[in-house]
Design a protein around this ligand. Sequence first.
Ligand SMILES: C[S@@+](CC[C@H](N)C(=O)[O-])C[C@H]1O[C@@H](n2cnc3c(N)ncnc32)[C@H](O)[C@@H]1O
Length: 407
Amino acid sequence: MDDLQPGLRRVSATDLSDVGDDPALLRRIRDEILATGPMPFVRFMELALYAPEGGYYRAASARPGREGDFITAPELHPIFGQTLSTAIEEIWRRLGEPTPFVLREHGAGTGTLGLAVLNELHRVRSPLLDAFRYAPIEIEPDRIGALESRFARSGWDGVLAAPGETGGDGMVLANEVLDALPVHRVRRRVDSLREVAIELGPDDGLVEVEIDPSTPALAARLASEAIELIDGQTAEICLALDAWIAAAVSSIERGVLLLIDYGAPAAALYDPVRRRDGTLRAYLRHQVHDDPYRHVGRQDLTAHVDVTAVERAAHAAGLTTIGITTQAEALMGLGIEGRLQAIQADPATTFEDYSLVRSALVRLLDPAAMGRFEVMAFGRDWPAPDEREPPLGLFSYRLPGRADRRC
Ligand SMILES: C[S@@+](CC[C@H](N)C(=O)[O-])C[C@H]1O[C@@H](n2cnc3c(N)ncnc32)[C@H](O)[C@@H]1O
C-alpha cells in the first residue's frame, strides 16, 4: 500500500485484540453521544487523541520510537536532525545572524530532533549555538518535563527557552504534527455532501452514520480548491489548520515556518481513484489499519495534510511561500549523501554504525516511504530572493523530471 509508513504492515484488527480501549474515554464518548446525538468524526478524533483523560497524546510517555507505535524520521537516526541543522543554520544566516534565534518545535515529543540539531551545531562549532534558544511545545505538559530532564542529562538545559520567553527572530518547526490535527470526514452521496458521524449501535458499540454537514465551511473548503468528490468518495478536511498555523507563527516577527508531514496538494489528496476512501489511518505497535473506532485512546490517528490548504493558511497568517518539496529532495539538497560518505570514511565508524545509518538513509529518501513527505517552508519578513544567492539547501535539489513547485 502506498500510504503505509516504511516498516508498517496492514493488519486485520484481530491481531491487536488484546489492546482494548481506554474505558474512561469510551464512556465519555458514549455519554456525549447519548446527551447530544451523533458525534461528528472531528469531535471523536479530538477526544481520541487529545482528551485529558485517556486521549492518545495525553499519555505520560511519547510513543514515537522503536518501543512505541510508529517511528518518525528523527527517531529513526540522528542523521535526520544533523542534516536539518544545516537548513536551520542557513536560515539563521539569511536572516542576518540574529541573537537570540528561537527554534520553537511543536510536537517536540521526546526532544530527539532538538538534541540531534544541538549536538551537530556543537560538533561543527557553529556560531549559531551562541544565539540558539530551543522552545519545545507539546500537548501533554508531563512530556515537556521528561524532555527537560533529557536535555539536562545531555548538558543542554541552558538552551531551553523559559516559559513565555519570546524572541522576535526564529523558526517554528513541526515534524509529523499537522497530520494529527482533528479532521472532519465527508462523503459524497449523489448530489449532496454528507458528514461522517458516530452513533451508538445496538450493543453500544460505535457505528458510523452520515449527517448533514455540521458547518458550511466543509463544502466551502472543497469549492475553494475546485475539488468535486465523486459519488461514494470519502475525504478528510482539516479546518483546524488555519487557527493552528496562525497561532504557531504569532510569536515570530521574522523567520520561517517549516512543516514536514504526510500530505499532498488538494488535487492529488482528493484524487477520486487513488483516494476514494480518504487517508485516515490508525497506528499501533508499528502496524497500521484503517479502523479508527477500535483501540480508542490507545492508537494514533492521522490523516494526510492538504498542502494547498496549508499554503493558503500560511499566506492568511502573513507569510510567503519559500518553497515546497519532498523530504527526499530536501535532504539531498542539504547534503545527506555527503554525510553518509563522511561517516563511511571515518575510521571510528564500525560496520554496525554504518549499516544503521545507511538503512536509515534509504528509508528517509525512499520516494515510496518517508522520502515523499512534504517539506513546506514559509517566511515572515523573509529576504526577497537575490539572484546572487543560491536557493536554500532545502530547495536546491530536484529529482529529474519534477516541477519547481507543486501547489
Ligand atoms: C507523530 S509524533 C511526532 C513527534 C516528533 N515531532 C517526531 O518527529 O518524532 C506527534 C507529536 O505531536 C504532539 N502533538 C500532537 N498534536 C499536537 C498539538 N496540537 N500541539 C503540540 N503537540 C502536538 C504529540 O504529543 C506527539 O508528541
